[in-house]
Design a protein around this ligand. Structure first.
Ligand code: UD1
Length: 378
C-alpha cells in the first residue's frame, strides 16, 4: 500500500484535493491509502468545513489548528507541527496543492526529512515575487520530487528554471515533471451544478436579470480600508454603468475591511447594486461562474472556473499565472481605477469566444497522478 499524506489548509486546496481523494476511493483503494491533514489556515466553516460535506469527501484525519498569523509565524507553526507528524508516521509521499503558506510549509517539512513531495499545480508563475504566493510556488516546486503541471506553459516555466524532462524513476535530484492536466477541470466536469432558470443563493434570488460574480481577497487589493472602500465605490459605479447586478461573496479579510470602512469612513454600500453574500459553497460558485455574464475577481481559481464555462473575467491584478486565458480573451487584466475597469468590463461583456479544447486536460488529472505515484513509488 502506498501511504500518502495530503496537506491542505486553504479553501481552494480542499476543493482540489477532493478530486484525488474521490479517485483513490473509486479506483485505487486497493493500492493507495490517503491521510488528509488540515493545517487550519482557513478555519471558518464557510471557508473550510462546508466543502468536505458538499464534495462528499471525508473530513481531515487531523487538524493542526494553526489559524491566522503573519506569514512567518503561520508558516513556522505549520512547519513544526507537520515535521513532527511526518517523522512519527513516515508517509511514502506528501501531496500538496497550489501556492499557499500551507503548501510551502508541507513541502519544506517533508523534503528536509527525505519524504518525496508531490506538488499539484506545479510550474505556475506570475513572475511577481512581491506576491507571497509566488515565493510559495517557487520554493515548493524546488523541494518537490513530483511536479504535476496543469498546462504546457507550466512545464516550460520549470524547464527554464533548470528542471530536466526525463523518463527515469523520480528522485528529488531528478524530479518528475509533466503536464498531467488540471484537477480543477476534473472537478468542474463532475460537479457542474444543475442549471435552473431561477435560483436562490443564500436566500437571495438570482433571477432572469444578468449578473456579474465578484470576488476580491488578494493582499495587494486589500492593503487598507481606503483602498477597499475606493474599490467598492468603483464597483458600485460599474454595476450602475453596466446594468448588471453584482453578486459578491465576501472573503473574511475583505469583510473586515468593509466593516472598518463603515466605522472609520462612514461609508456603506447599501442600495449600491452590490449584493453581499457569505463565502459560497463550491457548487454555488460553479453555478454562479457558469451563469454570470462576467466575473470580476482577483482569484486564480475563479478566473479559470469561469473560463471552463466560457464566462469571461476581468482580473483585478497586474498579471496572472493562467496566461493562456489572456491569450484566449477569456481573461482581461485590469488595475483598480474606474476608467480602466470600465473599459475592461465593457470589453468582456461583449466577449463571444470559447476555451480552447484540451488546454486543461481531459478531466482525468487525478487518475493520472495516482498512476504516476504508484509507478514511481509503488
Ligand atoms: C490564502 C492564500 C491565497 C489563496 C487564499 C484562498 C497564502 C499566503 N494565501 O489567502 O493564496 O488564494 O488563501 O482563499 O497562503 N480569515 C478568517 N477566517 C478564515 C481564514 C482567514 O477570518 O477561515 C481572515 C484572517 O483575518 C486572516 C485573513 O483572513 O488573517 C487572511 O487569511 P490567510 O489564510 O492568511 O490568507 P488568504 O487571504 O485567505
Amino acid at each position: 500500500m502506498l501511504k500518502i499524506f495530503t496537506v491542505v489548509g486553504a479553501r481552494p486546496q480542499i476543493i482540489k484535493s477532493a478530486a484525488i481523494t474521490r479517485r483513490i476511493a473509486e479506483t485505487f483503494s486497493h493500492s493507495i491509502v490517503e491521510t488528509l491533514i488540515h493545517t487550519g489556515q482557513h478555519y471558518d466553516a464557510a471557508m473550510s468545513d462546508q466543502f468536505f460535506t458538499e464534495l462528499g469527501v471525508p473530513p481531515p484525519a487531523k487538524n493542526l489548528a494553526v489559524g491566522s498569523g503573519s506569514h512567518g509565524a503561520q508558516t513556522a507553526k505549520m512547519l513544526t507541527a507537520l515535521e513532527e507528524l511526518f517523522l512519527a508516521e513516515r508517509p511514502d509521499c506528501v501531496l500538496i496543492y497550489g501556492d499557499t503558506n500551507s503548501t510551502v510549509a508541507a513541502a519544506l517539512a517533508a523534503a528536509k526529512i527525505d519524504i518525496p513531495v508531490a506538488h499539484v499545480e506545479a510550474g505556475m508563475r506570475s513572475f511577481d515575487k512581491r506576491m507571497p504566493e509566488e515565493t510559495n510556488r517557487v520554493l515548493s516546486d524546488h523541494a518537490s520530487t513530483f511536479l504535476f503541471c496543469p498546462t504546457d506553459i507550466a512545464v516550460a516555466n520549470l524547464v527554464r528554471e533548470g528542471f530536466p524532462i526525463h523518463s527515469e524513476r523520480a528522485t528529488i535530484n531528478m524530479p518528475f515533471v509533466a503536464n498531467i492536466g488540471d484537477v480543477m477541470f476534473d472537478n468542474a466536469l463532475r460537479y457542474t451544478a444543475e442549471d435552473q432558470k431561477i435560483r436562490m443563493i443564500q436566500e437571495v434570488e438570482i433571477g432572469e436579470k444578468p449578473f456579474a460574480l465578484v470576488t476580491l481577497h488578494r493582499a495587494a487589493n486589500t492593503v487598507d480600508v481606503k483602498m477597499v472602500s475606493d474599490l467598492f465605490e468603483t464597483l458600485a459605479k460599474l454595476s450602475e454603468h453596466s446594468g448588471l447586478e453584482f453578486f459578491f461573496p465576501v472573503h473574511p479579510r475583505t469583510l473586515s475591511m468593509l466593516n472598518k470602512s463603515k466605522e472609520e469612513l462612514n461609508i456603506t454600500f447599501e442600495n449600491s447594486g452590490l449584493t453581499f453574500l457569505k463565502p459560497m459553497g463550491y457548487r454555488d460558485i460553479i453555478w454562479a461562474a457558469r451563469n454570470a455574464k462576467v466575473v470580476i475577481t482577483d482569484s486564480g481559481g475563479l478566473q479559470k472556473e469561469a473560463a471552463f464555462f466560457n464566462t469571461p473575467s476581468v482580473v483585478v491584478r497586474p498579471e496572472t499565472e493562467w496566461v493562456e486565458l489572456v491569450e484566449a480573451g477569456l481573461v482581461l487584466l485590469s488595475g483598480r481605477e474606474l476608467p480602466e475597469m470600465r473599459a475592461a468590463l465593457d470589453c468582456q461583456i461583449k466577449f463571444q469566444g470559447y476555451l480552447p479544447q484540451g488546454i486543461y486536460g481531459n478531466g482525468n488529472a487525478a487518475g493520472a497522478i495516482c498512476e504516476l505515484l504508484l509507478t514511481h513509488l509503488g
